[in-house]
Design a protein around this ligand. Structure first.
Ligand code: SF4
Length: 319
């Protein structure tokens, strides 16, 4: 959005033509100042040729503001909180009309396909999955940031391109709605949504976050869950209390202050929470913690029974 706003706008116009839309809203997080300014400029530059009303809407900060029903509610009445479904936006959305909600990466890809043809797009990709995707790489790497990969590129190749600078023990794939995998199982894993799904992993928003070998997995998990609990829209009991309890128990385990049955309860709660909120926010958090309990099983057990693990000691010494 910041660097190629006209490409995104091209995709918006293609999608609007495809569904016969006479209005388009570019819903952008208000913290993304550069992107908001670039899109406003692009819309103004093409004002005469858009063929419909196109507006740039600054979305409130917050993780769930980007959820599609939250976006529709914000445009309708303000307050970017998810709504129960059905109806999904494609059934009844902005102004009560059927609404297509589409992400920026897909819109930009559609604009490129329209320009260069589907054969061009299909020339990228490995095995059965064609095309390319953006992934965001972080952790102990020399070149953190966004990489464009052909689908099917392995996690190991992404690590090498980013210049993995030190030993990593695990990698978070797909973002906070995704899952941890050990570095061994992930290294040869193709970043391909279909194949990842078959392994109970998620491509999600393309996050590839490496966890350094000397960082405690329980602590890293607790930080993520705490921010997911804070990001809850606060309107569904199971999300507010269930996710809050999961975050509190994970935090106690990480701090070495576990109650006697925290680990046991955590395992039970992550299987009970999914499907009980208006949106999938708690489901994502539960899946994420479930993956942590598998990948960092030994550390969770050490934190429960001995209140710490060797990684925590390393962290404290470094601090
Ligand atoms: S499940 Fe959580 S984030 Fe989703 S609508 Fe309910 S309270 Fe908000």
């Amino acid at each position: 959005m910041a660097a190629r706003p006209h490409l995104v706008l091209d995709g918006v116009l293609l999608a609007a033509d495809a569904v016969g839309a006479d209005r388009a809203h570019l819903y952008v997080g208000r913290d993304h100042r550069v992107a908001v300014a670039a899109l406003r400029r692009a819309v103004a530059e093409r004002r005469g040729e858009l063929g419909r009303r196109v507006s740039v809407v600054e979305a409130p900060a917050g993780y769930v503001s980007g959820e599609e029903t939250a976006a529709v509610r914000y445009l309708n009445e303000g307050g970017a909180r998810p709504s129960s479904t059905p109806p999904r936006p494609f059934q009844r959305g902005v102004g009560g009309r059927a609404t297509l909600v589409q992400n920026v990466e897909s819109l930009a890809a559609a604009a490129l396909i329209a320009r260069f043809g589907d054969g061009w797009y299909r020339s990228a990709g490995r095995d059965q999955t064609r095309g390319s995707a953006l992934v965001t790489v972080s952790g102990p790497v020399a070149h953190p940031g966004v990489q464009e990969i052909e689908l099917g590129t392995t996690v190991g190749e992404v690590a090498t391109t980013a210049g993995l600078a030190g030993p990593a023990r695990a990698v978070l794939l797909g973002g906070y709605f995704g899952a941890w995998a050990t570095i061994e199982e992930a290294w040869q894993l193709p970043l391909d949504p279909a194949r990842m799904r078959a392994m109970s992993l998620a491509f999600g928003c393309g996050i590839v976050a490496f966890l350094p070998a000397d960082v405690c997995g329980v602590d890293a998990t607790a930080r993520v869950v705490s921010s997911m609990a804070a990001a809850s829209a606060g309107q569904c009991g199971p999300c507010v209390f269930g996710l809050g309890a999961i975050a509190a128990a994970t935090g106690r385990l990480a701090r070495g202050a576990a109650q006697p049955d925290d680990l046991q309860r955590l395992a039970r709660w992550v299987s009970q929470l999914p499907g009980r909120g208006a949106c999938r926010h708690p489901d994502g958090a539960a899946g994420f913690v479930r993956s942590a309990l598998r990948v960092f099983a030994q550390e969770f057990s050490l934190h429960q029974h001995h209140r710490r693990c060797s990684h925590v000691q390393l962290l404290r010494r470094a601090a």
